[in-house]
Design a protein around this ligand. Structure first.
Ligand code: EPU
Length: 338
């Protein structure tokens, strides 16, 4: 366990924004987590759990509390059946390293989630998803520390209320994920329904193994998302709105071409990127140093000199304009570090 003081949050978040955190404690295991929480409690300070910092917006005036950074290492494989294996990863393992490990072992289930930044421990919090796959399809259980006690609870995926970019861990404050377990298949098949993957398949690209699919997904992402080594960003800043299907139908009649995907019996997901691009002509819209990414306007990029305030104002402007044009009140995907 290491404790540091006055650490710039821009060094801990992929947005590369934010003032100083009063304390940052790096935790390698369960005992460190208990010690870090006791440290905060003794000083009467709040705490905030951070993984890779790839889905949070830190404020310009920093955080007057204790950042608990989860660095629990390790990946282990357990045989569960002839055609399945369990991969257990410490919360601090990079998600994409875990995806690469699954591919190296020929295990199917998370290859479409290749290239997503962040840690394994953060993945269940927002039930990461991409290219037609969500973590909920492979997550078996998590080990987590509850808010009010120094003990570890094993929660089955079914207990986590995993939904589109949502979970119980996002809604109930205080859970700290120590490790996650994925159940993956040896006899899986590529899931190529998502348009960008289907068109590669049609063009004759070999997409026969988890490694080949993972490579294709990383390439697609590289073409759509800002390069994290160059630009500050947290990926999709907003969720795609899930609205009543009748409303979605009316909207698609008003705006022909609007992509609409059925979500459940009564609701449908509509493409916010399309609304921003084709209804609002908002690609590249900027406030100060923050702008909507030219190739994918659901993504906010923090350019040179950007502040968290710029991002806030841009996000508010976007939400207002979407509401005026469509009546939809959009939700953020990115969390605010506060
Ligand atoms: N589109 C436009 N103009 C653009 C870009 C996109 O009109 O400039 C339209 C197109 O019709 C396109 C559609 O928007 O087909 C959807 O775009 P895209 O395929 O890029 O996906 P998305 O719905 O905007 C979601 C996830 C991403 C995930 C991709 C791929 C959310 C909030 N975002 O984006 O997840 O990688 O699908 O599956 O659900 C993240 O959560 O941070 C994230 C990056």
């Amino acid at each position: 366990m290491t404790t540091r003081e006055h650490v710039p949050l821009r060094t801990l978040t992929t947005f590369r924004l934010g003032g100083d955190a009063r304390f940052v404690i790096d935790c390698e295991n369960e005992a460190d987590v208990y010690a870090a929480r006791a440290f905060a409690k003794e000083r009467g300070l709040p705490s905030y759990v951070l993984g890779g910092g790839s889905n949070v917006l830190a404020a310009d005036d920093g955080y007057a509390g204790v950042i608990i950074r989860m660095n629990v290492p390790g990946i282990a494989e357990e045989a569960v059946a002839e055609d399945a294996a369990r991969l257990i990863a410490g919360a601090g393992v990079s998600w994409d390293t875990l995806v690469a490990e699954a591919a190296r072992r020929g295990l199917w289930g998370v290859e479409n989630l290749a290239g997503i930044p962040g840690t394994a421990g953060a993945a269940p919090v927002q039930n990461i998803g991409a290219y037609g796959t969500e973590l909920s399809g492979s997550l078996e259980w998590i080990d987590a520390v509850p808010a009010d006690a120094d003990r570890v609870e094993r929660l089955a995926a079914a207990e986590l209320a995993l939904a589109y970019r949502d979970s119980r861990l996002k809604r109930e404050k205080g859970w700290i994920v120590l490790r996650i377990a994925l159940r993956l298949r040896r006899d899986g098949a590529p899931m190529l329904a998502y348009r960008d993957l289907a068109s590669r398949k049609e063009a004759g690209e070999p997409l026969r193994t988890p490694a080949e699919v993972g490579r294709a997904v990383r390439e697609i992402r590289a073409g759509k998302f800002p390069d994290l080594s160059v630009s500050g960003t947290a990926g999709s800043f907003f969720k795609n709105p899930v609205i009543r299907s009748a409303e979605a139908k009316a909207l698609a009649e008003r705006y022909p071409g609007l992509p609409v995907y059925p979500a459940d019996e009564e609701t449908s997901k509509v493409s916010l990127a399309w609304i921003l691009d084709c209804v609002l002509d908002a690609r590249g819209l900027s406030v100060g140093g923050a702008r909507l990414f030219e190739r994918q306007p659901i993504v906010i990029v923090a350019g040179d000199g950007a502040t968290a305030k710029d991002v806030e104002l841009l996000a508010e402007t976007v939400a207002r304009r979407v509401e005026e044009a469509t009546g939809i009140s959009i939700e953020r995907e990115v969390r605010t570090l506060a």
